[in-house]
Design a protein around this ligand. Structure first.
Ligand code: CA
Length: 221
């Protein structure tokens, strides 16, 4: 995992931030508070959040999925970009982490745009599909437990509309995917998904070396 872009020299990374980061104060405060969290590495990088907001704007998304909320940065950066009628359906299992998230969503004035489901994400996604919401989402961000990534991907692919976009986080696993010595479950699961996506005929893809690797999958029309 990485809460900054891997493989960039610090001076270049600092430069990138200095000339392009437009992080609203409330997001900067959330990032600062999350830095004290023992799992702060799970926070997405600010340049990644800004990029996702740009994508959401680009496809004129109104309804999005956030699979893996943690302290709420990704939900918040998207909610701030959505139009007033926009909605983020957010999935997480932790009451404790999402209590921090809720506090910042309120502070930012977008709490009414974010619908939080505290349950295993797979159950929430299955409920959405059973409830007739397949094909109604414009954007999905997958950033939860890595061993279930393929399950999340398959469900997200049903839930997004044709032309909708799925962003999959941590596809580099801090570089471990490229090291054959690393044979832990998480890394092997991400490797298998990366390989599956490479030639998946249902999507077009781009794997970006931003943060800890972010794969974009566009659902074909
Ligand atoms: Ca992540």
């Amino acid at each position: 995992m990485a809460n900054k872009t891997l493989g960039l020299e610090k001076n270049l990374y600092d430069y990138l931030h200095s000339v392009s980061l437009r992080e609203p104060e409330v997001l900067a405060q959330l990032r600062e508070e999350t830095a004290q969290h023992p799992m702060s590495i799970m926070q997405i990088a600010p340049e990644q959040g800004q990029f996702m907001a740009l994508l959401v704007q680009l496809i004129e998304a109104k309804k999005t999925l956030d699979i893996g909320v943690f302290t709420g940065y990704s939900s918040l950066v998207v909610a701030l970009t959505l139009p007033p009628e926009g909605k983020v359906v957010a999935c997480d299992v932790s009451e404790k982490d999402t209590a921090i998230a809720r506090r910042y969503w309120l502070k930012a004035g977008v709490a009414d745009k974010i619908e939080l489901h505290i349950a295993p994400a797979q159950e929430t996604l299955d409920r959405l599909i059973a409830g007739g919401e397949a094909g109604t989402f414009d954007f999905a961000f997958i950033d939860a437990d890595k061993n279930n990534y393929d399950n999340y991907y398959e469900r997200a692919l049903q839930l997004v509309r044709p032309g909708g976009l799925i962003a999959i986080d941590n596809v580099f696993q801090s570089g471990r995917v490229a090291d054959p010595q690393q044979q832990d479950n998480r890394t092997n699961n991400i490797r298998a998904l990366n390989q599956k996506l490479h030639h998946d005929p249902r999507i077009t893809i781009s794997m970006l070396p931003i943060a800890d690797g972010l794969t974009l999958a566009l659902k074909l029309r």
